[in-house]
Design a protein around this ligand. Structure first.
Ligand code: SAM
Length: 247
């Protein structure tokens, strides 16, 4: 619902919801998504911008770039604007029809020449081939944990030598006291962005069992098990981080 801050302002969790439903990427979320993600994920814009920098370095001529869980295409746009090689195609995948419909409108307003194929699919079911750059910005965390290894093995197999994978995620920390501290710092960030305590707690309930964070160690171990010899976080703010892995 629109509020005094406009129809694109995220107020989805501002009123008491009683039993909070599980989070879904539906039309209501699409309508406020840029505001929601900017005010919820510390460092979001820095991570998106850096995907462009990585595209300039890693994208190879006549190869594919994948944006897995593309939402409204922020990562695809950042990549597209920095591609300097010929014959490149971006394949942007999401399983939310509402997200892809809006993404298509967003991309049409961009004048860059690199084609972007929008694909409505489960990222666990797509083929990945001839890839020089794969980005998964805040998407792996929504995939069932027992499917993550196979997903990353598929990405590794589809990357060309020298290709780059970017994974950005909310992280879990051990011991629990450290997890608690970083969660509280994140909640403080959200409060500073204008979210009320009710919004913060209802959104947290909504994401329970939907967004499944893992520790940094688990991510690195899995990337190594998939064959990536170089894998490291390059950015972290509180309990959000972005990792880069090179084949
Ligand atoms: C937090 S958003 C990603 C944000 C986006 N990458 C960005 O940087 O702006 C997660 C996206 O992943 C999509 N998603 C979740 N599970 C998926 C799956 N199994 N297959 C395809 N897309 C999925 C959701 O529909 C949603 O648009």
């Amino acid at each position: 619902m629109a509020d005094s801050k406009g129809s694109n302002h995220d107020n989805l969790f501002a009123s008491p919801l009683g039993k909070v439903p599980g989070f879904v990427f539906d039309q209501a979320v699409v309508d406020v998504f840029p505001d929601m993600i900017q005010r919820s994920v510390p460092g979001y814009q820095t991570i998106i911008n850096l995907c462009g920098e990585l595209a300039a370095r890693f994208v190879q001529a006549d190869s594919n770039c994948y944006d897995l869980g593309c939402s409204l295409g922020a990562s695809s746009l950042a990549i597209r604007q920095q591609i300097q090689q010929p014959g490149v195609k971006i394949i942007a995948v999401d399983n939310s029809a509402a997200m892809l419909e809006r993404c298509s409108t967003v991309l049409q307003q961009d004048q860059c020449e690199t084609p972007v194929d929008l694909v409505e699919a489960d990222i666990c079911a797509i083929d990945i081939s001839n890839a020089s750059l794969v980005v998964m910005n805040f998407t792996l965390q929504f995939i069932a944990i027992d499917k993550r290894q196979a997903m990353l093995e598929k990405i590794y197999a589809g990357l060309n030598p020298g290709g780059c994978l970017v994974i950005s995620e909310k992280l879990l920390f051990e011991p629990e006291s450290l997890n608690q501290l970083l969660s509280e710092l994140h909640h403080q960030f959200k409060r500073a962005q204008g979210y009320s305590d009710l919004e913060i707690s209802q959104k947290r309930d909504s994401l329970e069992n939907v967004l499944l964070p893992e520790t940094l160690e688990t991510h690195i171990k899995r990337l190594r098990a998939c064959g990536f010899n170089s894998a490291s976080p390059w950015f972290q703010c509180f309990n959000f981080a972005s990792l880069v892995a090179i084949k």
